[in-house]
Design a protein around this ligand. Sequence first.
Ligand code: 3JN
Length: 340
Amino acid sequence: MSKKYNVCVLGATGMVGKEMMRVLEERNFPINKFLPLASERTAGTKVTFQGKEYTVELAEPKSFEGIEIGLFSAGAKPSAALAPEAVKRGCVVIDNTSHFRMDPNVPLIVPEVNGHAIKNHKGIIANPNCSTAQMVLALKPIYDAVGIERIVVSTYQSVSGWGKEAVGELLNQSRALLADPNAKVEVKCIFKRIAFNVVPQIDQFTDNGYTKEEMKMVNETQKIFEDDTIKVSATTVRVPVIIGHSESVNIKTKKKISASEARRLMGSFADVKVMDDPGKGIYPTPIDCVGKNETLVGRVREDISQENGLDMWIVSDNLRRGAALNAVLIAERMIADGLI
Ligand code: 3JN
């Protein structure tokens, strides 16, 4: 019989943690013991996994005794404190936070793009930011075919990227404003009112005028493509959508590629699905990607403003492709490659 693993999910009460559990169930991941963990705030809550109810335990160093695979998504601080403790106890950590992503000792992985780099791990493997993951996945076949010099991306990110409190904020504000357009609404998680609005700020601003989210897209793209010559400029924007991040992406390739060839390459790559027939009104929107593994691409066209330019629209379920599925795919790849 093939091996089964002791697996924990840290952050089991969060939106990504719950999605991790759904993906593990759906893919029939080989699990022996399952352990849901969380920080003080939500430890003690009940969750259901594979039809069985579990009480979420408080995550502390000793929680990881005997655990072989840890999927971490409880925030950068818990990851910083607990990942090294888990590794000390023989657990491989697949971390969904920004804490270790740019650490040279930690591979940053989208399995279909740079799965070969997993083998360099020293106990921790990082999952990219959700916006980076879907973009590099769609661009990888073009990168391999003709090279990419520069990427200019604007994102349209759903509120679930910021967690369930942000989803609540959008819904509460929307209800209040539908009842009374002049209602004073509470703004807590997102920097400005998000209902019936768009907000060009995700995470804090850095000294160069870009936000942290934007700089994650720059640095993580270079690390995943193993190419620090690739130029990236990002504007990340929050929109009043619950699940599904969209991206308007403009690239300059090293050699010319036609829109139809780009469509053909993307459509035959991994979990990328091309939905691109504008004449028939076919292009992806966020509601098309919810609960799906595929990254959807449409509006592929040759850029009329520059040589070797291409424009496209990339849509993906941020909780799934951008986080939970990516983490589980990393674990599956490690098993397949005999790394665990
Ligand atoms: O808002 C989004 O759509 C993505 C947000 C990601 C995020 C939010 C808070 C902290 C991250 C991340 O994954 O980069 C982090 C973090 O880990 O720093």
